[in-house]
Design a protein around this ligand. Structure first.
Ligand SMILES: [Zn+2]
Ligand SMILES: [Zn+2]
Length: 113
């Protein structure tokens, strides 16, 4: 589990299993930061990125739609960004496979030119 922090007030607002992370984000992937103390999950499961609000500061806790910040200050989520298009990926290998499709398309373009 990764400890998720609000990017506005830096409180630990949720825990997230990175294997459950996907874009677009929804409330379901963010669990209670302290379920053993009876604290509920921070967002309703049906909420999307625009609707989520930090339980502490009431601002939108994530500045980016495809990644969130951990309490260690690092970004998690789809942090492997394609150099050719706006897509981004959870894993480096996911991005590598994707980048190959661009390179293949470029090669095809050169052949047909
Ligand atoms: Zn906050
Ligand atoms: Zn791309």
């Amino acid at each position: 589990m990764i400890k998720v922090k609000c990017e506005i007030c830096f409180e630990h607002i949720a825990d997230c299993d990175i294997n459950e992370f996907k874009v677009p984000m929804n409330g379901l992937m963010f669990k209670s930061p302290a379920s053993h103390r009876g604290i509920p999950p921070p967002f309703h499961f049906s909420m999307d990125w625009l609707e989520m609000r930090c339980p502490w500061c009431r601002k939108r806790p994530f500045l980016h739609q495809h990644k969130f910040m951990g309490t260690d200050g690092k970004y998690y989520g789809n942090v492997h960004e394609c150099n050719y298009c706006p897509r981004n990926f959870t894993t480096a290998s996911g991005l590598a496979i994707h980048t190959k499709t661009h390179e293949r398309k470029d090669a095809e373009k050169e052949r047909s030119a």
